[in-house]
Structures are given as C-alpha cells and as structure tokens.
Ligand binder design. Structure first.
Ligand SMILES: Cc1ncc(COP(=O)(O)O)c(C=O)c1O
Length: 433
C-alpha cells in the first residue's frame, strides 16, 4: 500500500512505522523528526548480501554507500550484517572508525581527497582507496612511501554510460568531475603509471554510473565496458586485475509510479553478463563489489513534521507549511525530487487536498514538493514525508541557524534516539565573539 514495507495504518487510522504510531513518536521526540526502521534496513542488507553470495559464489561484497545516511548506529548495523562500507570523506571514515568498522571492508572514494584524509585512510588501513585522478595517485604513492605502507587502490573510471537519470546525479559520462576517461587514454595512462609505483598495488577498477536508476541495461553495459578495459589492460601490461566495483545507483520507490528492479534480478542479470563477458575475453571472473546507498537507507526512513500555517491562494495553489523544510530535506530544491506525503493522524482518510508543502526557511524555493496529494490538512496535524532515509539527514544543513532534527531508530515496538536533536547551544558552539 505504501512506498515502503515498514509503513502501515493502525486501527485508529494513524500511520505506523515498524510497530510504532508515528503520531506518538512525533509527540514523544518532537518534530521535525527523522525516523528509521531497523528491520527494513537489515532486510535490505540481507537481500543484497544473499543475492551477491548466490550469483558470485562467495566472490562478491556489498559495500553500503554511507553518504546516503551515516552515523555510528548505521555503521554498526551495516557491519553486523556483514557488508562493507563506501566512505567519501574524513568525517565518514571517522564515524566508521569510531565503531571499529572492519577496515579491510572500507572503500575510500572522492574526487579531491585531502592529504589529511589519505593519511587517515592509510593509518586506519582501509581495504581500498578508489583513486580518482593522477594527482591523487602521485600524492598517495609519496604518502605511502613516507609512512612505510603499500596502498591497495582501484581507479574510478568513467565508462561513458548515460543512465537516463537527473543531470545532477548522472556521473558516468565523460563530462563529469569524477574519474578517469577511457576515450582519451587517460585511464590507461593512469593504470600504466600505477603499475610502476613502488607503494601502490592496483587491485581493480571502479565505476558508478548515476543514481535512482530503474533499468538494468545501463548496469550491464557498464560491466561490459569495464571488463573490456580490464582485457585491454591485460593485453597491454600483462596484468589481470582481480576486482571490479560496479558502484551503486539502484532506484527506489519514492512515489507510487516508481517501479524499482528487485535486487535479486539486478544481481542475476549483471552477474550473467559479467560471467559471459569474462569468458569471451578470456578473463577470470573478478571479485565483484557493489555500493548501494539509497536503496538500503531510503525506504527505511520517514520525516515527521508539524503542520503550521495553511495559505490558500485562490486559483493558484494552497501552501501547507511545516516546521522543517530544505534544511532537513534539500532534495526538492536541488533536484525537484518527488516524495509521497501523508497526514499521519488521518492516514486512513482519502487524499482530498492538492498542496505545495513549504518549509520554514527564508527562501521561496524551500519546498518539499508541489502538486502533492494529502489528506485534508489542518494546523497541528502531523505530516509524514516518506522514503526520506537516504540523502536527507546526510544532506541537511543549519541554514537559518535551524538545529538539525533528531534521528530515531524503530525496531518493532522499541524506539531509540540514534542522533540527538541539535540545540541552539550546538548552533553557537563554534562561534567566537
Ligand atoms: C561512488 C559511489 N558509490 C555509490 C553511490 C551510492 O549511490 P546510491 O545511493 O544511488 O545507491 C554513490 C552515490 O553518489 C557514489 O558516488
């Protein structure tokens, strides 16, 4: 009925997440409030883990892309489920380290890692640094020499795939700030250089073709392109790379018309292409890594708000204002991302109102969505925006000096705070008079 399995309606007509009434959660923990369902997160981790095991026979790893939602509790859950972790900054790595995330299962990404971040990654002994460019390669080699370490790396490659997604999240094509291009010879040049560097061990290749993708074909095509490049590397250098990281990007259901592919079907189809292509190219099947972020965290989360002013502009639109907005969910302002919203205390009622949901920031573009269907709203209602578990908390800001909301993790009937609500003291903590 809803975009996520963890959501339901209880006998008094309130929206539930896990076994908790969302209206009660809003009263207990305040609004705005992010709520995540632990079982939904764990089930997604398990589905991915089981299907990678099934189709790659133990030669695969699912690394959760922590940019989607990162905190200590999330890193712990992911580690307990046996997944690896994709981090893209010193802050994400620090969070993982603070819960002793197994270092060998960490992939360190980023198109402009700082020396401090690379040093931290080498000190912690992360399993793989995904090198984006030649400058980074040289810096990393020098650092590794000075620290007496050898860095295991992959190169981020642009496979040149247009994954039919939003421009701002499409990253596989040549005009991208991420990675090395195949067409220009830049990628081969980097490979050849890496193979000569004393403190670098090139273990594989990586690509990530975009986000919120619903088709399997772009992933299959990317795998083929990457394997052809591996074959070319073998031919030109004699080195056969052992690992292939195909990135993340699997689409989720934000609104009813979204139709995501089942993980298992994705894994099956892509694994068939990988095996067939390896056979054709006379390569051993590499160890395959995938990096889902949104599809693990997104469906598990909702955001609860309190409805405030309602402004009806006759013949134009009705604004329903909530006590949050672009500071806790900038995705509509950034990408016009669509969401489903529900009046949590009237969840069983029909959606009779078409509204624009506005936030409280001093910005006309501070909207959660336009043309949204919701139940008849009144000031004081609890509004739930669904599937906000990914790229909401992690992209939130303190614009207008608004403290970030708390994150509550629900497991059945239990609910516990995993990130505390920021206070005004937190807001001024680093100010110097
Ligand atoms: C390198 C890399 N891996 C994985 C992901 C996760 O993508 P998604 O959350 O769409 O699965 C991203 C997202 O930007 C990424 O850049």
């Amino acid at each position: 009925m809803f975009v996520s399995d963890c959501l339901n309606i209880n006998p008094i007509g309130h929206l539930t997440i896990g076994d908790r009434d969302t209206v009660e959660l809003a009263q207990t923990f305040g609004t705005p409030l992010y709520v995540m369902d632990e079982n939904q997160i764990r089930n997604s981790c398990r589905s991915y883990h089981q299907s990678i095991e099934k189709y790659y026979g133990g030669k695969g790893l699912v690394a959760y892309a922590s940019k989607a939602f990162c905190c200590k509790a999330m890193c712990k859950i992911v580690a307990e489920e046996g997944l690896g972790l994709d981090v893209v900054s010193g802050g994400e790595l620090y969070t993982a380290m603070s819960v002793h995330f197994p270092a060998e299962k960490i992939f360190f990404h980023g198109n402009n890692k700082t020396v401090a971040e690379l040093t931290e990654a080498l000190e912690y002994g992360v399993g793989c640094i995904v090198v984006d460019n030649l400058t980074e390669l040289e810096v990393l080699n020098q650092l590794a020499i000075s620290m007496g370490k050898k860095a295991d790396i992959m190169f981020r490659i642009k496979p040149g795939i247009d994954a039919h997604t939003h421009d701002f999240v499409r990253t596989g094509q040549i005009d991208s700030k991420f990675g090395l291009a195949l067409e220009t010879g830049e990628a081969m040049e980097a490979v050849k250089l890496a193979l000569t560097l004393s403190h670098i061990r090139l273990i594989g290749l990586h690509c990530h073709i975009g986000s919120q993708i619903f088709d399997i074909e772009p992933f299959e095509h990317a795998a083929e392109v990457m394997l052809h490049f591996m074959a070319e590397i073998k031919k030109k250098t004699g080195t056969e790379l052992k690992k292939l990281n195909l990135g993340g990007g699997f689409g989720i259901k934000y609104i009813p018309k979204n139709d995501p592919v089942e993980y298992d079907r994705y894994m099956k189809n892509v694994s068939l292409v990988v095996k067939k292509t390896c056979k054709e190219l006379n390569l051993n099947t590499p160890f395959v890594v995938i990096e889902p972020g949104r599809s693990i965290a997104g469906p598990a989360g909702i955001t609860l708000y309190k409805v405030g002013a309602i402004k009806d502009i006759p013949g134009i639109r009705t604004y329903v204002s909530v006590d949050g907005g672009m500071a806790d969910n900038p995705r509509y302002a950034l990408y016009k991302s669509e969401y489903e919203a529900i009046i949590a205390n009237k969840a069983g009622q029909p959606k009779d109102m078409t509204v624009t949901i506005a936030g409280k920031c001093c910005e006309s573009g501070d909207l959660i969505g336009e043309g949204m269907q919701i139940q008849n709203a009144a000031p004081g209602d609890t509004l739930a925006v669904l599937a906000t578990g990914a790229y909401n908390y992690s992209m939130s800001s303190n614009y207008n000096r608004i403290p970030k909301p708390a994150v509550v993790l629900v497991n059945g009937k239990e609910a516990r705070v995993i990130i505390q609500r920021e206070t005004f003291e937190d807001i001024v903590r680093n100010d110097v008079e």
